[in-house]
Design a protein around this ligand. Structure first.
Ligand code: PAF
Length: 274
């Protein structure tokens, strides 16, 4: 496994492998089994797997969230080495953004709700950094976890509009036995808090069970109140799986989306409910 820190080393390594199908897993480090499941899928589907580790400042609306984001670089590199991936890219902010060519894509309002509403500018930062990575790495496949479902929808639009050759692959959320979705931020929770946080998944399942015969606003409120019993919920919303609209049409697919703060750690999750 090669570890590269700049464009020159990256380009050199990719040039040698130019005939191979590249699978790419972008990460912000603090790797867990969720990330490793994406890595394994990439290794199955591609000839050459690249993982990036970069905590992208442009996608944080809150400076203290950025400063407190977990960093476990040494452990991350050793986990990736054990997986036997081909290349880890650990760039620096200055070089990554220095020749950035900004792009515009029609997001059809996908960035205005849920995470987009609660973390202003977040998706703009995600698009900026992925646009740079996609241009540099030229992957055939890019892998994202279902926990960040809204991000997946938006990245799909980035690929459709600017990177025809890239297929965005959605991979299942990996959960602890308690149901808590794996997240880099879980490191910041003690065992007791992790147990409490498993109530997020219970609430999502409650929503799924009651979706077909409840009034949507009432069900959202019941679920929000359940979260209030143990955390500071930001939102609990039921939305169309493709458009993220709140309008309910019987024939379409819906998801419940949730964000809470537990002891100042922000957690998100979502579940397909029909
Ligand atoms: O999902 C993440 O970890 C980040 O948003 C990503 C895709 C690595 C971009 O910084």
């Amino acid at each position: 496994m090669q570890v590269v820190y700049n464009f020159k080393e990256l380009n050199k390594a990719l040039k040698i492998e130019s005939n191979k199908t590249i699978g790419f897993v972008p990460t912000m480090g603090a790797l867990h089994d969720g990330h490793l499941s994406l890595v394994r899928l990439s290794m199955q589907k591609s000839d050459f797997t690249v993982v990036s580790i970069f905590i992208n400042p442009t996608q944080f609306d809150n400076p203290s969230d950025f400063i407190n984001y977990p960093v476990t670089l040494e452990n991350d590199v050793s986990l990736l080495k054990k997986c036997n991936i081909d290349l880890v890219f650990i760039p620096e902010f200055k070089e990554l953004y220095q020749n950035e060519k900004k792009i515009n894509i029609p997001l059809n309002g996908l960035d205005q709700v849920l995470e987009g509403n609660h973390r202003k500018g977040h998706f703009n930062g995600v698009i900026r950094v992925l646009n740079i990575f996609f241009q540099l790495i030229k992957p055939r496949y890019v892998f994202f976890g279902e926990k960040d479902y809204q991000q997946y929808l938006i990245v799909n639009l980035l690929a459709e509009n600017h990177f025809n050759n890239i297929e965005i692959i959605l991979c299942p959320t990996i959960r602890l036995q308690t149901g808590l979705a794996m997240s880099s931020r879980n490191i910041k929770l003690n065992l007791e808090q992790q147990k409490i946080a498993s109530k997020i998944f219970q609430t999502l399942n409650y929503c799924k069970k009651h979706f077909s015969f409840s009034k949507i606003n009432e069900l959202e409120k019941i679920c929000f109140d359940k979260l209030k019993d143990f955390s500071d919920p930001e939102y609990f919303e039921i939305r169309n799986s493709i458009t993220l609209s709140k309008e309910i049409k019987k024939s379409e697919k819906y998801r419940a989306f949730v964000a809470i703060k537990l002891s100042n750690v922000r957690l998100i999750d979502n579940l397909a409910i029909n």
